[in-house]
Structures are given as C-alpha cells and as structure tokens.
Ligand binder design. Structure first.
Ligand code: K7E
Ligand code: CUA
Length: 652
C-alpha cells in the first residue's frame, strides 16, 4: 500500500515535470530559466555585444549575426551569386567567381576564420573556404565585402581550410578527397598507387591581406579532414586530421572505418620553408584562378596562374610526423597555451589529447612506430597527454574558454561536454537540439578567448521551430558559460547549414565600418562623377549608358535609339555621400539581377533587349519619399532603325 502511494506520487511528479518543461519551452522540451530572456535581450536601439560570422554552408555565403540577441544583421555573398546585391551579376563583381573551370556561381563554405596577430583576433579580415571547387576567400571587415578569391590547384574538396597561423602568416588548406596528383586518367581501383592528398600554404600579405600560393606538400592518399595551427610553443606547426588511412577507394563508410587508429599529421611549416628555400621542392604545372578587387576602381579581375611549388612529404626530413589517433578523427583543436592537441575521434570511445611537448620529446627520442611514405609514425603512448573518458558518442570539435576548460561538441549523443584540461575530466554536459556539428566560443580558437558564451551549430531542428515544408531551418543555440555549468539561453535559426562560425567583440570592428566611398576617389573606368557628365555612346552594337543616381532620380531618365540585340551596359554611379543610402537599379527583361549601388560607387548591368517597345527601369531600394518617382524608360527599335540615339536630361 505504502509502496503504491510512493509510486503514484513519483509518476505524478514526472508528469508535472514534463508538463512544466513543455509549457516552458514548447514541444522541443528544454527548460530555460526565467533569467534567460534577460540575458539575451538587447533593447530596441541598443547594439549587440558581439558580431558573429556564421558559415552559410551550402548557401556558399556568410551571414552576420549580433550576439547575444541572435539577430540576423547581414548576408555577405562570397562563393554564390547573390541577386539582392547584384553580386556575381554586375560587371564589377563577376570576376570574383571565375575559376580554371570557368565561371562557377556556387560553392559550399564551411569555416570562417578571423585574422590574428600574436594569436589574438585583430579584426582585419575573415577567410572562408569553398569546399567543392577548392577556393579560399578573404572578406574585408571594414566593408563586409568579398575582396579576393584564390582557387587551390591539386586539391579536391578544400575542407581542412582555411586554418591560419597565429600571425596570419599563412592560411592553410588541405584536400579532403585524395585524387591523382597531378590529375590524369587512371583506374580508381589503383587509388593506393596513384592518389595523393595535398596540403596548401597560402601566404598573406601583412599589409594588404592579399593571398598568394607559397607552397604545397604532397602527402599519402588519405582524406584530410580538419586542421589547426599551433600557437605559442607550437607556433610553426600545423596539425591535420586524417581518416581513410586504410586508403579504401570504394564503400568508404565501411572501408575507411577498419583501422583502430588514423593519424594526425603534424607539419612543421617553418621546416617546409627551409626545404623550399633549399630547392627540395619542384615547380609543377597547375591551373588556378586568382581573383582580386582593385581598391581604386572597386572592379574585380582574374589572373590565371600556371604553376605551383610542390614539396614531397618524404623529401624534407623533420617536416611531417604522423600521430596515431583513434578513430577516424574529425576536428583537431589546439588550446590557448599551444600544448594540448585535441582530436575529435568521431568513432572513438575516448577523446584523445596529444601533448605538444611530449610530441617534441618523442621526435627527439625517435619513439617511432614505422613510417608511411617516408613520414615517421610516432608511438601513440609517446605523444598522448591523456584521454577524456566518457566523452559521449561522436565527439567532433573543441573550443576553449581561456580558464582551463575545453568544450567539445558531440554529434551522435547531441550534447556539449565541458572538461578540464589539467586532468581531462568531464565536469558538465548539456543537451543540444539536435545533432550538433561545430561549436564556437567567441575567440575560442585564439590565445585569448573572449569566453562568456558557447554556441552550438546544429544540423537538425526537428520540432523546435514552426515547420516550413519538408526542409526545416538549421539552428544555433546560445549557452552561457560564465558559471560552473552551461546554461541554455536562446535558439535562433541560421541561413544554410552553419558549419563553423567565429565571433568578435563588436568594439573591435564597429567603429571601422566604411560608411560611404569617396566619390572623388572613384576610379571605375565608367564612373560618372557629376550629372553634367552623363552620356550615352554607341560603338557598333554596344551601347554604354553613363548614368548617375541621387535622391530621387536617375540621369538620364529616358533613352531612345536602342535596337533589338544591342548590348546595353548601364554604368550607374551613386552620387550620394551619406551613410546607408544605396540606390537600386532594375531593368525590365534584363536576364541578370538588380544592381545595388553603395554611395560613391559605380556598378554595371548588362541588358540585351530582345523585343521592340518602351520599357521602364527603376530604383529598387526605397531611398526617399519620392523613391517611387525614381524611374525612366528605354525605347527599343528594330535593328537598323533610324531612330537617333538620344537621352533626356533637364533642359535637354
Ligand atoms: Cu565538422 Cu565541414 Cu568543419 Cu561541418 S565540418 S560539422
Ligand atoms: Cu533610389 Cu529608391
């Protein structure tokens, strides 16, 4: 009787708990405490504390959020055409998407990386990889625009990318898929003999940020998944995870999961520099595009490059070592001190942490376990610092709070674990909703983490948001990490799949935001700096319209004498010199996009009229009370028509 009473009341308590959590947090079910709302509330008119740059995954772009509010502030187009801004459509930006394969309007971006000086964020640039057609992009954080894209030759899936060294000496990239190197027609079954993985070191100019391919390292035909560079004592080294060290060429799901251990490749890039200088590398043919924006004209152009410097891993003793690591590791992350090398062994039962100082000792002591392709394999026991027990199922990525703790995302068991670096002990764990991939602590990959929050970047949201057809939004979750236990504060949706993200204190970049471009410094070859200089010219079937835009008119507004089949280039200069007054330009029937022209800039749209008639163009961005009047007409006549070329300006 007594037992029964207890049982009833226990089940009653359980029911109450379920009801409470349902009522508190919707069908997803996580309880959020009453103070959570206050912790993320940014009052109207106030600014967020941090900028977060979130990878857009297969959208190919980047989105900018404010934290802690989770408000979406901007989308920065990078690898994908973006009609809202005319990016990749306007004549000035198309060249950014050129590759050795031609114009490619899409990619899959994974890892944003903020530039660093002395291992700390310096707020200058952000780099991000294109995974599919291997590319690296650099975004200027004063304009939040893509400034440069460099294609990577001899690479196939630049996933371990772009992980930069602590003074941004290099952005480093490794191929995920090994391929025949150099490329050639060969049987796939001969993978082991003919396929290789290539690591790429791209030099960054410390003043301009401009990238140039310094050298590449040819490695055994494994899959190279992720990377981080050392810092402090481990500065000068880069670490790469590998899987498929079995070198299976088919059915990889099984074939690449056979061995107990794969490897972390530890690469001494300062040693590589010496070998390259000593002539141990060879210059080999390559084809890759380098696209840069000229800052005077704001016009992008492409240069095709034809060679790269390749170093065979086995041809530079002391440059590369393999650290056996269980099992099919995904992320590799280095703690703020530069000593701990954490591998996210996605099929491992423990979370292995190598010690950098033990690694150096193992190299000195020749504590070897054979070699692969001339690369020494160090003994696991000689390099391992410790193993985190009971890390959950499928640990992937680790970030650090700067207070002696590490935070690891765990995919299969959908959780974040917090563990102590000093004794590898798990001290806290929280569920994530659901299937977390990367996680991010502001500055959590630097010498000086900003800490305060950890953000879970989740693959699946199931029931956490209103349903939107067969595809549900991807999602981020914000947790407070200032106390001994992690505390969920907020869910917010993301654009595309958020692989990785980085966040920076707003104070580091907000006062350096460009507000307008000086009209007097506009060196676009088709710029029109004053309304009195507008004109329309014809050379054969090519028509150039030199047009200006200012509240609330285009000059000229009406143009006649255009013929079917002409190539009409609208070169529209925005004469405004006020912050946040872009004008848009859209032409009926243009098989293109709009232009969105920032103050002081010139952008060009190509229109090829296909039918006779009179067609309007108009401003798309609501710029003033008379925005709706910001419009004009194009008169299109038959080819060969005698209608003279004329345009309308006041008093004309
Ligand atoms: Cu783990 Cu592409 Cu960095 Cu996604 S990757 S999760
Ligand atoms: Cu200009 Cu609306």
């Amino acid at each position: 009787m007594l037992g029964r009473t207890i049982r009833y009341s226990l089940s009653g308590l359980a029911a109450a708990l379920i009801l409470t959590s349902c009522a508190g947090a919707g069908a997803g079910g996580a309880a959020v405490d009453a103070d959570a709302a206050r912790a993320v509330y940014v009052a109207p008119g106030e600014h967020d504390e941090l900028y977060a740059f979130m990878s857009g995954g297969f959208s190919g772009n980047l989105s900018v959020y404010g934290l802690p509010s989770g408000r979406l502030l901007a989308q920065i187009p990078v690898f994908s055409q973006y009609p809202e801004k005319g990016y990749g459509y306007s004549e000035q930006t198309r060249a950014l998407l050129e590759t050795s394969w031609g114009f490619i309007p899409w990619d899959d971006s994974h890892h944003p990386q903020l530039s660093q000086t002395n291992g700390e964020q310096d707020g200058r640039w952000l780099f991000i990889n294109g995974n599919n057609t291997p590319r690296l992009a650099r975004i200027d954080l004063t304009t939040m625009e893509t400034d440069e894209i460099l294609e990577l030759p001899h690479s196939a899936g630049s996933h371990a990318s772009p992980f930069l060294t602590e003074n941004t000496e290099y952005v480093v990239s490794a191929t995920r898929f090994s391929v025949p190197t150099p490329q050639r027609d060969m049987p796939i079954a001969e993978y082991k003999e003919g396929f290789a993985g290539v690591l790429t070191f791209v030099k960054v100019d410390p003043n301009t940020g401009r990238m140039s391919l310094a050298f590449q390292i040819k490695m055994p035909g494994f899959d190279y998944d992720l990377s981080r560079a050392g810092r402090g004592p481990s500065h000068g080294w880069s670490f790469f995870t590998t899987y498929n060290s079995e070198q299976a060429s088919t059915l990889k799901e099984i074939g690449a999961s056979q061995a107990d251990k794969d490897y972390i490749a530890a690469v001494n890039w300062q040693r590589a520099e010496v070998c390259v200088a000593d002539g141990r590398a060879s210059t080999i043919p390559a084809r890759y595009a380098h696209n840069v924006v000229d800052h005077a004209t704001a016009v992008a152009s492409t240069r095709m490059l034809t060679s790269s410097v390749m170093l065979e891993a086995g041809n530079c003793p002391g440059m590369v070592y393999f650290l056996p690591t269980p099992k099919s590791p995904h992320g590799v992350d280095i703690d703020p001190s530069g000593e701990h090398i954490v591998a996210g062994g996605k099929l491992a039962t423990v979370l292995p942490v190598h010690s950098f100082s033990k690694m150096l000792k193992a190299i000195e002591d020749r504590a070897l376990d054979g070699e692969i392709g001339g690369i020494p394999v160090l003994r696991y026991e000689a390099t391992i610092g410790g193993e985190v027990q009971n890390p959950g199922l499928g640990p992937l990525h680790t970030e650090f709070d700067g207070n002696g703790y590490a935070y690891t995302s765990v995919f299969l068991s959908s959780e974040i674990i917090k563990w102590r670096l000093s004794d590898y002990t798990v001290v806290d764990r929280v569920p994530t909703y659901y299937s977390i991939g990367h996680l991010m602590i502001p500055g959590g990959d630097t010498r000086k983490p900003y800490g305060k929050y950890v953000i879970a970047l989740n693959k699946i949201t199931k029931d956490r948001y209103l349903p939107t057809g067969p595809e549900l939004t991807q999602s981020a979750q914000l947790y407070d990490i200032t106390g001994p236990t992690m505390r969920l504060l907020l869910d917010f949706p993301t654009v595309g799949e958020p692989h990785y993200a980085q966040a920076v204190p707003a104070s580091l970049i907000k006062d350096r935001q460009v507000r307008t471009f000086a009209l007097s410094e506009n060196k676009d070859p088709y710029a029109t700096l004053s309304e009195k200089d507008v004109k329309v010219t014809r050379q054969g079937t090519t028509v150039h319209v030199y047009m200006t835009a200012i509240r609330s008119h285009f000059m000229p507004d009406n143009i006649e004498g255009i013929q079917v089949g002409d190539s009409v280039y609208f070169h529209v200069t925005n004469l405004e010199q006020d912050w946040d007054v872009p004008h848009g330009f859209a032409m009926l029937g243009a098989r293109n996009a709009e232009l969105l022209i920032m103050p002081g800039r010139t952008r060009t749209l190509l229109w090829v009229p296909t039918r006779v008639g009179v067609y309007p163009f108009y401003c798309t961005d609501f710029c003033s009370a008379l925005h709706q009047e910001m419009q004009g007409y194009m008169r299109v006549s038959e080819r060969g028509s005698t209608v003279p070329l004329q345009w309308n300006t006041p008093g004309n």
